[in-house]
Design a protein around this ligand. Structure first.
Ligand SMILES: NC(=O)c1ccc[n+]([C@@H]2O[C@H](COP(=O)([O-])OP(=O)(O)OC[C@H]3O[C@@H](n4cnc5c(N)ncnc54)[C@H](O)[C@@H]3O)[C@@H](O)[C@H]2O)c1
Length: 387
């Protein structure tokens, strides 16, 4: 068994998602465990952090005992010791940065959305394929423990024929006026590549399709709930993108469902994201970590809708949650981003097929784009097969 090094440039290394998930949850763990076994070899990632601010980069490097960082992206791209380029910098820079990495002959792995539009995403993929580069897009949510349990139930046939689903997501993001905002301001401007559809609908495409199968068409309403915010410099700005959305979806298998996604929603209930699927054989609801199921046999006969003549018969005591059983953990916990890194490293090193390629990333963008069109035109929009 030989240990081989795989050089990986991490761009946007000081950003929240790169630092807390890709490094802390994924790559730093692989390194701490002595590398990743791929066939007969152990692959040891060698990380080069890239970004704009030397002091902040060195802070991240120190936190994870990483020895190399740079503010010179062109220099990093020209370095033959680093074969892989990963992008987790701000969204509006992505297309240009990935194109530069492709020009430099790097294999690319990227955060979502992979491009601002389907057309630009397809062109990006064409350029990467032309150079025979290995490419991948982050699709982490399918590996959340709750969603993995939900997928297992669907695959086992527990739900029978799937009839409908409801995916609810979001929490209250303060506008910075009365309380400090907890998300970067670029998320709320078009120039910064913000907007809830391009931020979250790419996730919902692979989550829904990975669990239930192809989406055929969508209708959507997207709006701005909080029109004014205050940025990191304390400056007031106009929000010119949507921060709340309601989407209806039709699936190829006949099921219908909805996504309700919002940055202006107060969380109540099981989790800040819940995905409920109803089928003839049973229903299941997943949050980030947990999943609950109710079989057809356990389904209560609901009779509490009508009020009685007095308080005693108003059914105050009914606990609808009591008919749901928590689904057991199928496998030990692994960080969702680590699944992606392991699969992508296998792909680059051994050529093992990787389902989360740029082709998947473009499909994810397609749902966001179709939903935006549906909202603008107040119409249903088809999701054709992409070629
Ligand atoms: N997979 C997921 O669930 C998930 C979650 C959050 C974010 N993301 C994606 O990750 C990306 C980063 O999001 P984040 O929440 O970490 O944002 P963030 O604002 O915390 O980090 C952005 C990074 O980009 C860098 N950056 C910003 N403007 C730049 C510029 N002009 N030039 C060079 N670098 C610049 C910043 O220094 C920082 O390192 C986004 O594309 C977002 O869509 C994905």
């Amino acid at each position: 068994m030989a240990t081989k090094t795989l050089g990986i440039i991490l761009n946007g290394a000081t950003g929240r998602i790169c630092r807390t998930q890709h490094i802390r949850g994924g790559l730093a763990q692989i390194i701490a465990e002595g590398g990743l076994l791929v066939g007969e070899d152990v692959i040891m990632p060698r990380l080069l952090l890239a970004g704009r601010n030397d002091a902040r980069l060195s802070e991240v490097a120190r936190e994870f005992s990483i020895k190399e960082w740079t503010t010179d992206l062109d220099g990093a791209l020209a370095d033959p010791d680093f074969e892989v380029f990963f992008d987790a910098a701000a969204t509006h820079l992505r297309l240009d940065t990935l194109n530069r990495a492709i020009d430099a002959g790097k294999h690319i792995y990227t955060e979502k959305p992979i491009a601002p539009s389907v057309a630009e995403g397809l062109e990006l993929m064409r350029r990467a394929d032309e150079k025979e580069l290995y490419h991948g897009a982050v699709e982490d949510k399918l590996f959340l423990p709750g969603f993995r349990k939900l997928r297992n139930l669907v695959e086992k046939g527990f739900l029978g024929r799937v009839i409908g689903f409801r995916l609810e997501f979001g929490w209250w993001v303060f506008d910075g006026i009365d309380a400090e905002s907890q998300r970067p301001s670029w998320n709320y401007t078009a120039a910064g590549g913000g907007g809830l559809l391009s931020d979250m609908h790419p996730h919902w495409r692979y989550v829904i399709e990975g669990i239930l199968g192809p989406i055929t068409r969508v209708a959507c309403s997207a709006w701005t709930a909080q029109p004014e915010r205050i940025d990191e410099q304390g400056k007031r700005y106009d929000v010119d993108v949507e921060d709340a959305t309601a989407t209806l979806l039709e699936l190829k298998n006949g099921a219908r469902g909805a996504i309700l996604s919002s940055w202006a929603r107060r969380v109540r209930g099981d989790d800040l994201v819940t995905f409920q699927i109803d089928g003839t054989g049973g229903s299941a609801v997943a949050g980030l970590r947990k999943c609950w199921a109710q079989s057809a046999a356990e389904t209560p006969r609901i009779e509490g809708f009508n009020m009685g003549p007095d308080a005693e018969t108003m059914d105050f005591e009914i606990d609808y949650d009591s008919n749901w059983i928590e689904v057991d953990e199928g496998a030990p916990y692994k960080n969702p981003y680590r699944f992606g890194w392991e699969g992508y490293i296998h792909h680059v090193v051994s050529g093992k097929p990787f389902p989360h390629s740029l082709a998947a990333g473009v499909r994810d963008v397609q749902l966001a784009e179709a939903s935006a069109t549906a909202s603008d035109e107040h119409s249903w929009v088809e999701l054709p097969e992409l070629t």
